[in-house]
Write a protein that binds this ligand. Structure first.
Ligand code: HEC
Length: 129
């Protein structure tokens, strides 16, 4: 009697563990997709267009609105000289007329946007300088 009860308990424990693993695995899927190449970058394009392009333009050069607030060209040396941590800090907390994004974006998204700002600079044709 006692033995069969024990093995029943053992079985439900195994089932519970299996369910936990499955849940953990499912939970990790989107995070993994977000960190891999293309799809991650496209998602950052969307984030940049919806959150930043109104002032900075899709290419980072700055819209008339952004320029009226003294937003610099994100591809300029002046901006690019900042470290990743400094850029992340500026995006999270804002700077003068630039709004803070720490409430609307996650740390990961902000880090992704820092990389996106670096990409914008790389894509700038040298003759545009
Ligand atoms: C409402 C307009 C506006 C929006 C939206 C905006 N910015 Fe800005 N941004 C500015 C202004 C204005 C500055 C210049 C701040 C200053 O006076 O130094 C700036 C500066 C910056 C700088 C350069 C900071 C420096 O000191 O070199 C970066 C990088 C930047 N923004 C990134 C972003 C990103 C990424 C987003 C989207 C998450 C974003 N901005 C959204 C207006 C905006």
């Amino acid at each position: 009697m006692e033995i069969s009860e024990d093995s029943g308990l053992e079985k439900s424990r195994v089932a519970l563990l299996g369910a936990l693993f499955l849940m953990a695995w499912l939970f990790l899927q989107p995070a993994r997709a977000e960190n891999t190449g293309e799809s991650g970058n496209n998602r950052m394009t969307v984030k940049f267009k919806s959150n930043c392009a109104s002032c900075h333009g899709t290419d980072g050069a700055g819209t008339p609105l952004g320029k009226s607030m003294n937003a610099p060209d994100l591809r300029s040396a002046e901006v690019q000289k900042h470290s990743d941590a400094e850029l992340a800090e500026i995006i999270a907390n804002g700077k003068k007329d630039m709004p803070s994004f720490k409430k609307s974006l996650t740390e990961d998204q902000i880090r992704g946007l820092v990389q996106y700002v670096r990409e914008l600079a790389k894509n700038k044709a040298p003759e545009e300088k």
